[in-house]
Design a protein around this ligand. Structure first.
Ligand SMILES: Nc1ncnc2c1ncn2[C@@H]1O[C@H](COP(=O)(O)OP(=O)(O)OP(=O)(O)O)[C@@H](O)[C@H]1O
Ligand SMILES: [Mg+2]
Length: 363
């Protein structure tokens, strides 16, 4: 459904500032109906990448195909028409404060020239879908953050898109509203057969809803895939973000990381290392989470008493199907997850009528 090939976006140098390579040769494929995440530190190019999918940012080079249509080959008019099949929601909702919830949802239908009776019917259906039928006359200021995002989702769905882009759509919400909005996204994905590309810095969001994800760093995709595959991939940087264990750098001794899945041979690692081979093993950290509907765990073990027997023991465990690896400081997750301060909710992104095809109105 979404096919990016070697997409680059360079913002030219301006007023003394050097040029910025925001997206640096990204290829990415998202299947129809897939829920795909894009994660990475601040400034790594996530939003810019998402904006190339509907050509809000025209790539400097590379190819963007959505639903079989090569968007990068279209002229501006063609892009504007094609953009209707891609809805978008944002961190700060971008609702018009002067309009009611219903009138916000109605706006893209007005811009697309849909007749009034049909508009009213569609708006009622959409507000019903997002669970806000009773709040149709409320203005954004009278709604909670979660409700505002529901209105924004209804608005994004008004043009019956095939793809929904979500840029930090839950980052300004409290945990309960986040859960509600994610459940709604899953529901509309299932009911409407949408393909969802979700930009986030919250790993819990990826664990809860995504089928696949890519990790970006400095404009490049550095890791990614179906989550079930990523989590069992040796030395995966994305797995380190999804299921964190304590940083290895600074810890003494031999460190071993064990990944446990619902199909791993049970209890083998400790039985062999401690029971059979007599190593001193201390569990120094780990996490167990449900990811993409399956249980996964990662444990960090500190192993004492190695006299050259540890590597053969690990090899033997791997041969028997266990996921064990020596933990390497190079695998430590970058600290961006904790460091990123939430943006103050009062800072509104500029309202972008471009994504609602505003130029159509003038014709
Ligand atoms: N319109 C623009 N002009 C110039 N530089 C830009 C523009 N938009 C983004 N950039 C730069 O491109 C890089 C990637 O920005 P982008 O917003 O895509 O990152 P991000 O991963 O979404 O970050 P965050 O997590 O903070 O939202 C940054 O260095 C940013 O400063
Ligand atoms: Mg961003």
């Amino acid at each position: 459904m979404i096919e990016l090939t070697d997409v680059r976006k360079v913002f030219p140098a301006r007023r003394g500032a050097a040029e910025v390579v925001a997206v640096d040769g990204v290829s990415l494929s998202v299947d129809a109906g897939e829920f795909a995440g894009v994660v990475g530190p601040s400034g790594s190019g996530k939003s810019t990448l998402a904006r190339t999918v509907n050509l809000l940012e025209r790539p400097t080079s590379g190819r963007v195909v959505v639903d079989g249509q090569v968007l990068t080959d279209l002229d501006d008019d063609g892009v504007r028409r094609a953009r209707r099949s891609v809805g978008m929601i944002f961190q700060h909702f971008n609702l018009l404060d002067s309009r009611t919830a219903a009138a916000n949802v109605e706006l893209p239908l007005e811009l697309a020239g849909v007749a009034k009776a049909e508009r009213r019917r569609r708006v009622a259906d959409l507000l019903d879908l997002v669970g806000l039928a009773d709040r149709h006359a409320s203005r954004p200021a009278q709604l909670s953050g979660g409700q505002k995002q529901r209105v924004a989702i209804a608005r994004a769905l008004a043009a019956k898109p095939k793809v929904l882009l979500c840029d930090e759509a839950t980052s300004a919400l409290d945990p309960a509203s986040t859960t509600g909005v994610l459940e709604l996204l899953r529901q509309v994905r299932a009911e409407l057969g949408l393909t969802v590309l979700l930009i986030t810095h919250e790993m819990a969001v990826v664990r809860a809803v995504c089928d696949s994800a890519v990790l970006m760093d400095s404009g490049r995709v550095v890791d990614g895939g179906r989550l079930g595959e990523v989590l069992v991939r040796p030395h995966s940087k994305l797995a380190a973000q999804l299921l964190p264990t304590p940083p290895v750098a600074g810890l003494p001794g031999d460190l071993v990381r064990v990944t446990v899945t619902d199909t791993s041979p049970e209890g083998d690692v400790l039985r062999v290392l401690v029971g059979e081979l007599g190593f001193d093993v201390e569990i120094v950290g780990g996490s167990v989470e449900t990811v993409a509907g399956r249980r996964f765990g990662r444990l960090l073990l500190q192993v004492g008493g190695d006299d050259g027997r540890l590597d053969p023991a690990l090899q033997r465990l791997r041969d028997a199907g266990s996921l064990v690896e020596r933990a390497d400081p190079a695998d430590d997750p970058a600290p961006w997850r904790e460091e990123e301060p939430p943006e103050p909710a009062s800072v509104h992104e500029p309202y972008e009528p471009r994504f609602l095809d505003a130029p159509d109105v003038q014709r």
